[in-house]
Design a protein around this ligand. Sequence first.
Ligand code: ADP
Ligand code: ZN
Length: 731
Amino acid sequence: MAETAFFDEGDLVAVLTTEPLGKCLDYKAPEGGCFAGAFVEVPLGPRRVLGVVWGPGEGGYDLARVRGVSRVLDAAPMAGAFRQFLIRAADYTLTQLPAMLRLATRAPGLADPPGPRRIYRKGWAEPDRMTDARARVMAVLGDYGGAAFTLSELAELAGVTTSVVKGLVKQGVVAEEEAPRDLPYPRLDPDLPGKDLADDQRAAAAQLSAAVASGQYGTTLLKGVTGSGKTEVYLEAVAECLRQGRQALVLLPEIALTAEFLARVEDRFGTKPGEWHSGATQTERRRLWRMAGEGGVGLVVGARSALFLPFRDLGLIVVDEEHDTSYKQEDGVLYNARDMAVLRASLCDAQVVLASATPCLETWVNAEAGKYGRIDLASRFGTSDLPDMRAIDMRAERLEANRWISPTLVQGVKARIERGEQALLFINRRGYAPVTICRACGHQIGCHQCDARMVEHRFLKRLVCHQCGETAPMPHACPSCKAEGRLAPVGPGVERLAEEVAERFPGARVAVLSSDLFASARALKEKIVEIAGGGADIIIGTQLVAKGHNFPLLTLVGVIDADLGLQGSDLRAAERTFQLMRQVSGRAGRAERRGEALLQSFQPDHPVIRAILSGDEENFWRAEAAERQAAGMPPFGRLAGIILSSTDVAQVFDFGAELARRSEPLRRIGAEVFGPAPAPVARVRGRHRVRLLVKGPKGAALQAAVAEWIGQLKPPANLRLSVDIDPQSFY
Ligand code: ADP
Ligand code: ZN
């Protein structure tokens, strides 16, 4: 796959399209010829579809019948190393190549011709009269700051017709502009003075920069507690990458992180980076996709899918909070962005930095084995230290019914409020109460499509299924025994905790951070900034708050239920609990004030709780690694999950059983198959789900064997089969 291959007009070329065809198709190169990697439009039946020139055509057909490439799109050809990456990623995840190409072409308007086009942004006037529809347009314009939209995008986001927008254009409320398409991003200046680094930070930055300057592949674990300056350090590696004239990508797990993060990039480099996430407007996404290919953007900050941008010359990928579960795509193509970052970097001579306070076990083991480098940032920057961590033994606390904040924790919170500091109460459950039970008959309200309980969301005044998203009004009578007024919430969610806080701490300013309580990412970002500035005394939060926000006034973290994660049957339950508790505790005392973390637990002697409190992480990892090794579990063995689903319960079990019987291709590599078993959530959206689990030895060619194995049977038409290599969740 030579980078410079050029095909003259009429040459046979193989084109990979985004259609699920299973192979490339031959076409004739168009007038003027084309490069390998060129984005093209080709005829397919009566349609024209998007494709990429993948290499020379196979030939062997009647040449007269081969059709021509319709046209070459106005975009930089895809780099050879990137094409190689898509092939390898497809092989690894057992995904068809066209589906991989779809991930790499997720930008709007790729086939649009160049030239100026109309964009719409906030104008200067107020509307002559306000209507609902107009108010919605204004709200969208406000939500996105000064961003530009296409006409249809603005109308769609506001839920209005395009004529509403056009009416506002006439009044100057919305400005319509002719904009040149897709300008390069302003250049980031790596040589602006950065912060004065502490000694260990400087050494770490120098080591990473030297690795980037080497122009070779390598992966380094950058480990340090929250606040130790990992971000400051890897921004120096970004600076070196920019000096080398190459591109850098920083992956972040949560779009809520970017507000603060973008400001830090701007501080360091004088201007903002390119942003890639679902909250970015189509206009921005299109521009960024193109500029990645042309080299017109130096640094991209994005969510996991940014890994599939067609960078021209990627020299560095940072995966921040590398242990975060959101890096695993659990829908469609099942890939882990962290692992794919390593693959991509190894194919384009780039460096990878995996940054975390609590790396995932795989990464820790790879570093132990010397496959990855490891740099530890020992202490926090400045005067602040890790918080003091203690368990509150809930067996010894006196709590009334339907109360979850122990007297000890209440005391702690009061003390902070009196000192003008902040306290965070952490509970990893959205909604009001996880279970609604009928006190007359004991019935628990469930989702009619899934084997899951409905969760009461009082704020929305509805019951919500966290599995499928189905919602229903809260009934007055029990759906089972029809008794009126006997339905009662059981257990706490973040909203119910907020109620208790309001009663216990009257007068305190309370902020609730839960992903479902914010209409937009921007609204959430604004809230976080407000809290950081002292706009709340007590913060109540779900998992969302564990991720890297800086709250300088925060000095106490109370974990309402530290035992919650310990109960799962999940392979990673201990690891997850450990990471989450460490992350949450790390929120306390990030500035000059020393913090404290209090973990409410009914089993304070549990090994995981003890490891968290002792702070002896290496010990925890070693013990956990030994356990996995003894069980032949990842990373010392390999797993693949097979999920079968169908509306027909007998069919899905029969098919699973037949697969299990034909396990010869798996046995040949020393792998075993377990199941079929009903998935822990056995029904989702009315489809019955069955899982099989393949477990193989470490060095085995697992993907090839799995492909051969499932290739033996053709699933019936309404049965869905998906393969999850290295599964992270087992629901
Ligand atoms: P981490 O990424 O490990 O959580 P950060 O890089 O975000 O840590 O650093 C935590 C805070 O300390 C940030 O506000 C950061 O700007 C500040 N900080 C870290 N190192 C320095 C330094 N050398 N000089 C000034 N401020 C620093
Ligand atoms: Zn459901």
